[in-house]
Design a protein around this ligand. Structure first.
Ligand code: 0A1
Ligand code: ZN
Length: 883
């Protein structure tokens, strides 16, 4: 049974941080594996930290532990020398000098359904310790500022677990009586407990090696379910490319003799950067052309890189406390984004990242779950692995690089590594390295970490042709967020160009007002004006190029000017953004018409702009594919902001899709024909871009309707030689409610039955179908033999996609979608609170709905809130959602 905290969990505050009273320098673990009674013996070298009073008791964290014995310096303690509960072990009067504490506990990996600590996945043993899972294995100072050297001895039945893995290097192994065996691993690098890992079981392995820039050989091993080895090739290749890139881009070399990855099928998140022994959700390892899409390949590359890069940003330099989570996560996301940009198309990667940022982080920032990139209080740390900490955190690093320039940024990173290797540090320590390396005052920049909410940046521009002067006036504001009613102005770097009538950036002379360095205007005041002299022709200002700050840019340009930028801006990101702005303007207008029951108007100039993009062969196909995609329904909802009617949004968006499909039918048919791939499948960015554009063309043709389009999509489905095309065709058929949809779904199911990661796609497509019958279909699918409430990937693909990827059906006017998700949350909360809490955050935008839906969403949230017992995870999300 999961530990369920009935009482309201108390808040942890950054301001209350105190250094640990005791330190643990080494820990020697013996883990005798057994499915239900694993015996863990932990021998810890402990000493008082400087300044700790003599009579300070030693308090070690636990969670659902069963204590067997306690010894100090080998002597068993009597019952009055300590106090133990499943959650806490207190040694009342520890020795004054350094001592060895030996603690024996029993844990039950099979009963561990929350997948934190030691658990079983497909019969294998594995661990997950971030953030506070190590305390579910043994009593410990389970906080990231206690760094210890780990030695791990694993013992198990040889037949059950032929493979025994832990962090670091293998130092010993051998046989034991009764068909058991052991392995001893030593990790020489002191690390916090959240980076501990061990894995044991029957696993296949793929091996390779890498030679570092200084000539050291590193063994690379990827462990997977036996039989899945052929699906690891891309992951291994991505790992080697990541290792090379980190040496070239950041001068960072790998430090152990072996780097291992284990893929497991039951995992709460994407992957985990345990020192030398990464554990991955298998969906971010396994790929072949028949079962993985181009997007899957790109995700594998990014997650492999992300976890590998953590070795320096997170492991060698770690966080002092969990408030500093962005210190490792924002920085590491930035690093993996840069890696992917260098491996693929930088512009396309940037557009994809910003799309994700806006749809997840901007949505989070606009609702009751908004929090600063570095929060100052939390009740349940598991709920802070958020888009804000990760994605906005990465944007802050990107801005830092813009402010300091590439050389200044690299100098700051180098100094950070030099000063803090082996330490547990804060965001202040991080920024100080950049300030010191470059002589820059970053005190205002620190506000980005402390203030929640998406700043709005309103712009007006005035051009005086006679004086040849352009004046831009910026006004920044940031809406109130929970606990932060008033915000201070921040340093917003606005990358820009003044686009002349021929599409080239105009030159200018003197600049007055705000500081401009290179191509960046530095907006630092609430109201800031900048005047450019010597502007010889009327310019269209292209602002926030490359999305140089995570803000909402408001005003400044007319529809005609956006149209001009869509066709001419030299910055590909802003070309894409201009098209999005045009689409958004149109869609908010047509949504209002649909809401009022009026006919949805069309707009020929927008259709022309889309046609120009679609047929511009000078543009990268991947870019065209992105530019042709309309803003999503939830993006439109966020833009509208209040009184949201999801049905009206869908009506307006579908009408526009069908108008585009009809008006540009010839272009799309020709694109479809000319982009057909002749060679064998390759997941590289160019081939993926062509497939993406071809599939967008197909989708528009289906949106326009007609039997020919349906026949084409059906052929596309059955003729596909790869998962990208097959899944795209099936999705388009299902969304168009085409007669062949059922046939494709049945074929897909039968073709891939027994392959859980592919069946996830089958669940997801059905869960996202925007039709009235979808909710009952999803309910029915929860009883499908391939569905399991205990596997996070299955839950996310069916229930999670319904909640977050099907706006009209989750937000059904009768409230049945809300009720279904509330009940699913309550059911999941009994086994896996982390997954339950994440699902519940699908309600984060409920206050923006129109009154009737709002009332029903609130009722569902109140039903969750009124249930007892509730986990701390769900209780935290539900109470903040209702605040
Ligand atoms: N540090 C990991 C994310 C992670 C966090 C918590 C987990 O617990 C279930 C698992 C993974 C990363 O950033 O990849
Ligand atoms: Zn990470």
């Amino acid at each position: 049974m999961t530990s369920v905290k009935n009482e309201t969990a108390s808040a942890v505050r950054l301001a209350d941080y105190r250094p640990p009273e005791y330190l643990i320098d080494t820990i020697s673990l013996t883990i005798a594996l057994d499915p239900t009674e694993t015996r863990v013996t932990a021998e810890m070298a402990i000493r008082r930290n400087n300044g700790t009073p003599r009579n300070a008791p030693l308090r070690l964290d636990g969670d659902e532990l069963s204590l067997q014995s306690v010894r100090i310096d080998g002597k068993r303690l009597s019952g009055d020398a300590y106090h133990a509960t499943p959650d806490l072990l207190t040694i009342t009067a520890p020795p004054e000098g350094a001592f060895t504490l030996t603690v024996e506990t029993l844990v039950d990996p099979t009963a561990n359904t929350q997948l934190m600590g030691l658990y079983r996945s497909s019969g294998n043993y594995c661990t997950q310790c971030e953030a506070e899972g190590f305390r579910r294995i043994t009593y410990f100072l389970d906080r990231p500022d206690v760094l210890a050297v780990y030695t791990t001895r694993i013992e198990a039945k040889k037949d059950d677990a032929p493979i025994l893995l832990a962090n670091g290097n293998l130092t010993d192994s051998g046989d034991l009586p009764d068909g058991r065996h052991y392995a001893v691993w030593n990790d020489p690098f002191p690390k916090p407990s959240y980076l501990f890992a061990m894995v044991a079981g029957s696993l296949g392995v793929v091996e390779d090696e890498f030679t570092t820039q200084s000539g050291r050989k590193v063994d690379l091993k990827i462990y997977v379910e036996p039989g899945k080895e052929p699906r690891c090739a891309y992951a291994m290749d991505a790992l080697k490319r990541s290792m090379t890139w980190d040496e070239e881009a950041f001068g960072r070399e790998y430090d152990l003799d072996i780097f291992m990855i284990v893929a497991v099928s039951d995992f709460n998140m994407g992957a985990m950067e345990n020192k030398g022994l990464n554990v991955f959700n298998d969906r971010y390892i396994l790929a072949d052309p028949q079962t993985a899409t181009d997007q899957d390949y790109a995700n594998i590359e990014a997650v492999i890189a992300h976890e590998y890069f953590h070795n320096w940003t997170g492991n060698r330099i770690t966080c002092r406390d969990w408030f500093q989570l962005c210190l490792k996560e924002g920085l590491t996301v930035f690093r993996d984004q840069e890696f992917s940009s260098d491996q693929r198309s930088r512009a396309v990667k940037r557009i994809s990242d910003v799309r994700l940022l806006k749809s997840h982080q901007f949505a989070e920032d606009a609702g009751p779950l908004a929090h600063p990139v570095r929060p100052n209080t939390y009740k349940e740390i598991n709920n802070f692995y958020t888009a804000t900490v990760y994605e906005k955190g990465a944007e802050l690093i990107r801005m830092l690089k813009t402010l300091l320039g590439p050389e200044g940024f690299r100098a700051g990173m180098d100094l950070y590594f030099e000063l803090h290797d082996g330490e547990a540090v804060t965001v202040e320590d991080f920024l100080a390295a950049f300030a010191d390396a470059t002589g820059t005052d970053l005190s205002q920049f620190m506000l980005w970490y402390e203030q929640a909410g998406t700043p709005a940046l309103a712009v007006t521009s005035a051009f005086d042709a006679t004086a040849e002067k352009l004046t831009l006036t910026f006004e920044q504001s940031c809406p109130p967020t929970p606990g932060q009613p008033v915000k201070k102005p921040m340093h917003i770097p606005v990358r820009f160009g003044l686009v002349g009538p021929d599409g080239q950036d105009l030159s200018y002379g003197a600049v007055a007002g705000a500081t401009v360095t290179g191509d960046t205007i530095h907006v630092v005041d609430e109201r800031h004006r900048v005047t450019f002299s010597g502007v010889k022709a009327p310019p269209v200002p292209s602002l926030l190029r490359g999305f140089s700050a995570p803000v909402k840019l408001v005003g400044g340009l007319t529809t005609g000017e956006f149209g001009f930028l869509a066709g001419h801006d030299s910055d590909p990101f802003n070309r894409w953004q201009a098209i999005q702005n045009l689409a958004m303007g149109l869609l908010t207008e047509t949504t209002a018409a649909a809401h009022a029951g009026k006919p949805v108007p069309s707009d020929d100039s927008f259709l022309d702009a889309m046609g120009a993009i679609a047929s511009d062969t000078g543009l990268d196909p991947a870019f065209r594919a992105l530019a042709l995609q309309l803003p999503g329904e939830t993006d439109i909802a966020r833009d509208i902001g209040e009184d949201v009617d999801p049905d009206a949004i869908a009506t307006a968006r579908n009408a526009l899709r069908s108008a585009i499909g009809t008006a540009l039918g010839d272009i799309f048919r020709s694109l479809y024909d000319t982009l057909a791939d002749s060679g064998p499948y390759s997941p590289d960015a160019d081939a993926a871009g062509r497939r993406a554009l071809r599939n967008v063309a197909l989708d528009y043709l289906l949106a326009a309707g007609g039997e020919a389009a349906e026949a084409r999509a059906r052929d596309h489905y059955f003729g596909a030689d790869n998962m990208t095309d097959r899944l795209a065709a099936m999705t388009s058929l299902v969304h168009a409610a085409a007669p062949a949809a059922r046939e494709a779904l049945t074929d897909f199911h039968d073709r891939f039955a027994g392959d859980p990661l592919v069946i996830d796609k089958w669940f997801a497509v059905q869960a996202a179908a925007p039709f009235a019958g979808t909710l009952s279909k999803v309910e029915e699918l929860t009883t499908h033999t391939a569905f399991s409430w205990s596997n996070p990937n299955r839950v996310r693909s069916l229930i999670g996609v319904f909640a977050t990827g099907n706006p009209t059906q989750f937000n059904r006017a009768d409230g049945a979608g809300f009720e279904f998700i509330a009940n699913a949350v309550l059911k999941l909360d009994r086994s896996n609170p982390q997954v339950a809490a994440r699902l519940l955050s699908a309600f984060r935008s409920w206050r923006a709905l129109e009154p009737e839906r709002r009332e029903r969403a609130e009722a569902a949230l109140r039903q969750v809130a009124a249930t007892t017992p509730l986990s701390a995870d769900v209780q935290d999300i539900v109470s903040r959602s209702l605040d």
